[in-house]
Design a protein around this ligand. Structure first.
Ligand SMILES: Nc1ncnc2c1ncn2[C@@H]1O[C@H](COP(=O)(O)OP(=O)(O)O)[C@@H](O)[C@H]1O
Ligand SMILES: [Mg+2]
Length: 248
């Protein structure tokens, strides 16, 4: 479904993402992992269109997106959870989701009474485990609830591909357990690519894992294979020499 080839991006002399080939299958729960500074967030920003690559291509269902804006990519079904700051601080959870539903319908104004929109809002809040919390103002939600709300906002656009950068960051164990259930329960037609540093969560949720290290793909495969890999262990511990890690 999503394919990138030779994707590269440097910052000065630093090759943050260095010739990455990646394929995400339709319906996958695909995790992107790697030590700090591996290039995961940069790769994500290249995939979503926040950042332009120096080289390489990104394609969704065979369509080349490399030169498309973030908004165009979103309209083609690629959605990512917004940063915290983009949730409007003064609004209720329900209204935040309602705006996302309306935005997807490409109408700017949000009429007070519009049953179809509010039914969909209830459905989405329910889907992310926020049933009954719609009337609560965003700042009064817990950290975990805000992340659940972000998923509801992302789902409002009916994405076929969801990109999540560290969805469990800052969550309590109970909150991250709920998040795993939420992501595991997403409809199978929604493909998920996520960056996560909590490896327990990764191995619980992912069906495919790609390990990034020094901007390059170290390994891609089943969670079992990745977990058993000595090279991956060395990359995390920082003990492997570059040539030992990448040349097999
Ligand atoms: N905007 C930027 N300007 C300069 N260097 C950056 C920028 N973004 C990321 N980097 C560098 O690129 C490398 C990869 O960063 P990042 O993609 O954030 O890694 P990860 O998400 O895997 O921790 C790091 O060395 C980081 O310091
Ligand atoms: Mg990162």
């Amino acid at each position: 479904m999503l394919r990138c080839a030779g994707l590269s991006r440097s910052f000065g002399a630093l090759k943050a993402v260095d010739g990455v080939d990646l394929e995400v299958a339709a319906g996958a729960r695909h995790a992107l992992i790697g030590p700090n500074g591996a290039g995961k967030s940069t790769l994500f920003r290249l995939l979503t269109g926040v950042l332009r690559p120096d080289a390489g291509t990104v394609a969704l269902n065979g369509r080349d997106l490399t030169r498309l804006s973030e908004a165009r990519r979103a309209r083609l079904g690629m959605s990512r959870t917004p940063q915290h700051s983009s949730l409007f601080a003064s609004m209720t959870a329900a209204r935040t989701v309602a705006l996302a539903v309306r935005r997807h319908g490409r109408v700017g104004v949000l009429p007070r009474r519009e049953p179809a929109v509010w039914d969909r809002v209830d459905e989405l809040l329910d889907a992310v485990g926020l049933a009954g919390r719609g009337g609560v103002a965003v700042p009064s939600l817990s950290h975990g609830e805000r992340r659940q709300l972000e998923v509801a906002v992302a789902l409002a656009c009916r994405p076929t591909l969801m990109l999540l950068d560290e969805p469990a960051a800052g969550m309590s164990p109970a909150e991250s357990k709920r998040l795993v259930e939420l992501l595991a329960g997403l409809p199978p037609e929604v493909t998920v690519l996520f960056v996560e540093h909590d490896l327990d969560l990764v191995f619980e949720l992912a069906d495919t894992v790609t390990v990034l290290h020094l901007g390059r793909v170290l390994m891609s495969g089943s969670p079992e294979r990745v977990r058993a890999s000595e090279r991956v262990r060395e990359a995390y511990l920082g003990t492997g020499r570059r040539e030992e890690l990448f040349l097999t």
